[in-house]
Write a protein that binds this ligand. Structure first.
Ligand SMILES: C[S@@+](CC[C@H](N)C(=O)[O-])C[C@H]1O[C@@H](n2cnc3c(N)ncnc32)[C@H](O)[C@@H]1O
Length: 261
């Protein structure tokens, strides 16, 4: 009898050093199978061998497994609320605020924050934007900050003109250094690592959807422990926290929660 998926997952977990048990199992299985089909891998044994010995396949597995879809101003109404309500309140209370985008994918999300802060006329000395992701390939793209039109569909023409430079072949738009320089990127596995604290705003959007209920619960506890009292937790549009009061969170708008100790 060939290797079963659970056995594959336990071995892959060790080689990749990723806690695959934290992710919804059926999804990990589906993603694994679709990559195996694409690379014509015949069974889980061969897939393990490739992950172990073929660096390119290992990267392809990680890339396929971590869905990197992102865009500037994703779900714009939430960023409008951030600009009109959350950020003014935070700046009223504090001289300097700390923001963490976790996970940040190709950088569209933390750079959107940079654009909003510049549009609000906030001085760079009054905020820090930190952005992390598990996937080093996507982080390299984030640092390059060169985007195709599909990432920019929610960016108005005036913001596009102001903050981006169109490439000579007109296929991509490069973010200008004024915004690029505002974000500090770092590789970080949110499941396996410890969090630093004192954050005023944490964005963890379109990540919980991939996790098991238990892992989601563990991460909400880790994120809230990292937030300052009076800080905000910003999730993806389809992500909800059931009984938020158990984590000292209060829902204030669609995907926004206020944390108060
Ligand atoms: C769909 S993107 C979300 C990006 C952005 N927050 C947004 O909403 O547009 C999900 C990201 O989660 C990252 N990811 C998956 N597992 C992770 C982990 N254990 N630690 C950190 N990032 C992880 C993936 O690499 C991917 O870039």
């Amino acid at each position: 009898m060939g290797m079963k998926f659970t056995e594959f997952k336990d071995q892959a977990k060790k080689i990749l050093n990723i806690d695959l048990d934290g992710y919804k199992l059926d999804r990990v299985e589906r993603r694994t199978k679709s990559l195996m089909r694409r690379y014509q891998v015949k069974d889980y044994e061969q897939c393990i061998e490739l992950i172990k010995n073929d660096g390119e396949f290992k990267d392809a597995y990680l890339n396929h497994f971590t869905i990197n879809t992102s865009e500037f101003f994703r779900n714009p109404e939430n960023f409008e609320f951030l600009q009109s309500d959350v950020l003014p309140k935070l700046f009223e209370q504090k001289k300097k605020i700390k923001i963490w985008s976790a996970p940040c994918s190709n950088g569209s999300e933390p750079y959107t924050l940079g654009i909003i802060l510049k549009e609000m006329g906030i001085d760079n000395s009054r905020f820090e934007i930190y952005a992390t992701d598990l996937d080093h390939t996507i982080l390299a793209e984030a640092k390059k900050a060169q985007y195709k039109e599909n990432s920019l569909k929610n960016v108005s023409d005036s913001l596009l003109k102001k903050y981006f430079r169109e490439s000579a072949d007109e296929k991509t738009f490069g973010l200008k250094p004024t915004i690029k320089s505002l974000v500090k990127f770092e590789q970080k596995d949110l499941i396996n690592s410890r969090f630093s604290n004192n954050w005023d705003l944490i964005l963890s959007r379109n990540f919980f959807i991939y996790l098991t209920k238990d892992m989601k619960d563990t991460l909400i506890k880790k994120f809230t422990a990292a937030l300052n009292s009076g800080g905000y937790f910003f999730l993806g549009n389809t992500e909800y926290i059931f009984s938020p009061e158990q984590y000292n969170l209060q829902k204030i708008f669609q995907s926004f929660y206020l944390y108060e100790e």
